[in-house]
Write a protein of this length. Structure first.
Length: 201
């Protein structure tokens, strides 16, 4: 079993906890209170800005075979994912430019940026977000919300292209060959941050 496969096994019960979280349940049904989703959009927008910085820090350390992937991920996050947040923000009354990080966002981004000081560990630390959102998106898409704005969010993360990006990160982790025990600790910590992030401030 590869390192990434072990991480999937560790992550699945933690992913089930996210799927049962009231915020995720509300998105999946399409009836999450709009102020709650607006607040989540603001926090995730700030998170993604730092996520781009994490990709960029890792790109500086990357072997040549991984460099293009990380540059592409930084670009896709900055343009595609953040564009989704911008397009949704007006309809939900989110104030992306005036938003300030809540405790969960502050803790998560600090964890990611610190972990990115090590190339292999940085890849592992960011994997819960990529793998988690891809898997959640696919699960929610099995019975998608009728409400079009929430459906657009689900469709973004259920997209096969996003799944391919997550799978590529898994392959890059295996190629970077992190210490397996350390990888499991970092991945579990990242998954805990993912769960806490749904507690919208």
């Amino acid at each position: 079993m590869t390192v990434s496969e072990k991480l999937h096994a560790i992550g699945r019960p933690l992913l089930d906890a996210q799927l049962a979280h009231p915020t995720v349940v509300g998105i999946g049904r399409g009836d999450l209170a709009e102020p709650v989703f607006a607040s989540w959009l603001e926090q995730d927008y700030l998170f993604l800005l730092d996520y781009v910085r994490v990709f960029s820090r890792l790109a500086w350390q990357a072997p040549s075979a991984h460099l293009g992937d990380l540059v592409d991920l930084a670009y896709a996050t900055f343009h595609d994912e953040l564009d989704l947040h911008r397009s949704l923000s007006a309809g939900f009354g989110a104030d992306l430019e005036g938003a300030r990080k809540g405790p969960a966002c502050e803790a998560y981004t600090a964890f990611l940026l610190e972990s990115a000081a090590s190339y292999a560990e940085g890849l592992v630390a960011l994997y819960p977000c990529m793998w988690g959102y891809s898997t959640l998106g696919q699960m929610l898409a099995e019975n998608p919300p009728a409400e079009p704005r929430y459906r657009a969010w689900v469709d973004t993360y259920a997209d096969p292209g996003f799944a391919a990006l997550a799978a590529r990160i898994g392959a890059m982790i295996d190629e970077a060959d992190p210490d397996p025990g350390r990888a499991e600790v970092l991945f579990a910590e990242g998954m805990a941050h993912e769960l806490a992030f749904w507690d919208v401030p």
